[in-house]
Ligand binder design. Sequence first.
Ligand code: COA
Length: 258
Amino acid sequence: MEFNTLLFAIENGIATITINRPDKLNALNKDVIDDLSQALDEVYTNREIQSAIITGAGPKAFVAGADISEFITLGVGEGADLARKGQTLVFDKIENSPKPIIAAVNGFALGGGCELAMSCHFRLAAENAKFGQPEVNLGLIPGYGGTQRLTALTGKGKAMELCMTSAIIDAQEALRIGLVNHVFPAETLMAKTIEMLTLINTKAPLALTKVIQCVNVAGQASGFETEINLFGECFATADMKEGVSAFLEKRKASFEGA
Ligand code: COA
C-alpha cells in the first residue's frame, strides 16, 4: 500500500508502519491520522498480516506529538472533534486490534507520540527514546487518550506528575515506571521487535485476539469521554492560543490563567 505520510511494508506476516515526516519529527497531522486509519484497516483485514509494528522515520523521533501548527485556529468543538476523530480512527483502533501491534520507539515520543506508543499492545524502546506529555506547556491537556492510558500503565501519581510537569523522561526511566517493556541499543531495536513478533506469530491467533480483548477491559472507565470534552475546552482559553503561538514563534510562553 502507498501512503503520503507513512511507509508500509509486510514481511513474514509482520506489517511495519513507519510514520514518515522526519523533518517535522513525525508529528501527527490530519493526513497522518487518515493514513494511519487506513493502514490499520489493512492490518485488520489483510490475511497475510499476523501482527504489526509502529515506528517513526529517521534517527531522532518516534512521533514528537500532534501537529501543533494545526491547533491555533481551532475552537472548542473542533478541538473535541480532533481528539475524538484521532481516538476513534487510530488510537482505539490500535488498542482494539485483533492482531498484536507493538510500538518500536526510536526517539522522541512526546504528547500524541507517547499516546500513540501507549495505545499499542506494548512498547519496546531504543536507548535514545524520550517520553513525555508536555501539553500543559501549550495550555492543553493530552487528547489522544494519554490521561487514561498513562494512568493505567504507570499509576495515578506518576501520570499526574508527568502530565503536570511536562517532564521528558529517558528510556531507562520509562522502563522503571512500566511505560516500556524493554530497552535496546537503537541499532538493534527493529531486529529485536521483529524477533519478538516472530515468536508471537507462532501462537494461536484467535487466542491472541482474546488476550487483547481481556487485557483491554481491565480497569476501563469513562475517562476517555471526559478527556475529549476537556481537551476541546482548552481551545476556548487564551493560554492555549499563547502556548501554541509561542511554540510556533519559537519563544517562551507566558500564561495568564485565562
Ligand atoms: N508539531 C509540529 N511541528 C513540530 C512538532 C509538533 N509536535 N514537534 C517538532 N516539530 C517541528 C518543529 O517545529 C521543527 O520544524 P521547523 O524545522 O519547520 O521549524 C521541526 O519539527 C524540528 O523540531 P525542532 O524543535 O527544531 O527540534 P529540536 O531538536 O530543537 O527539539 C523537540 C525537539 C521534540 C524537543 C521539540 O521539537 C518540541 O518540543 N516539539 C514539540 C513537542 C510537544 O510539545 N508535543 C506535544 C504536542 S501536543
